[in-house]
Design a binder for this molecule. Structure first.
Ligand SMILES: [Zn+2]
Length: 328
């Protein structure tokens, strides 16, 4: 056999060598845990399509956040389900709204845990869209600028309740700039914006809609969420959010969009987050339940892949387990 000068296997020979040359590693600080808090329940309710994930009652959320904090996680992201919905999403920016009250309760219980609030209108709108809708004969429109006004009120009310970061997920044009300006004017110049900058109209959101009780009653979200076929447009969306003042940009979903994640991180260099969504979670859970896949190994591989593709932060329903699994 020919003499080999290069033998890459030399560095894979032992655990110690593999540890020494590993390029990416995971820790609890990489993960953000989503929490769903619902005004409609008085004790936790499992979400059928997301085994292991539950809706929490308002009086349970602080203790759940404390448990997350105790595992070493640094941040949670909050979603609210109000008892009543209307056509102005008034629950989204109510002073004593479900999210506002939850933020206060969590910050009181564990002040050091970072509280990120999802800023959107869909959970609070009777029609389930992320903005104000107008019917035009048979067709409906989601009105951009009117929606942004309500999103701004929502973000400011979350900041007033004590949110550390607000995370607009609606995909309306110009909302990041409008939110930044309003936060600054209201004295919240230290409240950061994590923008869902490239959020695609995805089939993988299915189980989430059960969790957040926010399926659109008519039409779909393709006039505001992005076309899965478009990468260059995603970069333009991200560039706009950064110009408008986003502190962290996020790509959603995760695995089908790794090319976007990679390009965003390479091109802009900003702290980059990715949302590993409910459908991606449910697929692994379902296969693991049947014994077709090893859940822990699969999840660690997925998360490592997201990190390798450029994610600084990963929103995932496995955040608590990952905090345990990655403890050294
Ligand atoms: Zn929404």
């Amino acid at each position: 056999m020919r003499k080999l000068l290069r033998r890459p296997r030399r560095l894979r020979r032992s655990v110690a060598l593999r540890d020494l040359v590993r390029e990416n590693s995971l820790s609890a600080h990489d993960f953000i845990l989503p929490l769903f808090v619902s005004e409609k329940i008085s004790c936790r309710r499992p979400i059928g399509s997301m085994p292991g994930v539950e809706q929490l009652a308002p009086n349970e959320v602080a203790a759940e956040a404390a448990r997350a904090c105790a595992t070493g996680l640094r941040a949670i992201i909050l979603f609210g389900i109000p008892s009543e919905k209307d056509e102005r999403a008034s629950g989204a920016y109510a002073e004593k709204g479900v999210v506002q009250e939850a933020v206060r309760a969590i910050k009181k219980e564990c002040p050091e845990l970072l509280v990120i609030t999802d800023v959107c209108l869909c959970e609070y709108m009777s029609h389930g869209h992320c903005g104000v809708t107008r019917m035009d004969g048979e067709h409906f429109h989601v009105h951009n600028d009117e929606s942004v006004e309500l999103l701004v009120k929502t973000a400011v009310s979350h900041a007033a309740a004590g949110a550390d970061l607000v995370a607009p997920s609606d995909m309306m044009d110009g909302r990041v700039g409008a939110i930044r300006e309003a936060l600054d004017t209201a004295g919240f110049d230290q409240t950061a914006i994590l923008s869902y900058a490239a959020k695609f109209a995805s089939a993988f959101y299915g189980p989430f809609r059960e969790a957040a009780e926010s399926p659109p009653q008519f039409g779909d979200r393709r006039t505001y969420q992005m076309d899965p076929a478009n990468a260059r447009e995603a970069l333009r969306e991200v560039a706009l959010d950064i110009e408008e003042g986003a502190d962290i940009v996020m790509v959603k979903p995760a695995l089908p969009y790794l090319d976007i994640l990679w390009r965003v991180r390479e091109r802009f260099g900003l702290t980059t987050a990715v949302y590993h969504v409910s459908g991606e979670y449910a697929m692994v859970k379902a296969a693991a339940e049947r014994g077709w896949i090893d859940e822990r190994q699969a999840v660690l591989e997925i998360m490592t892949g997201l990190k390798r593709a450029g994610a600084d932060l990963i929103v995932t329903y496995w955040a608590k387990e990952l905090a345990e699994w990655t403890r050294r």
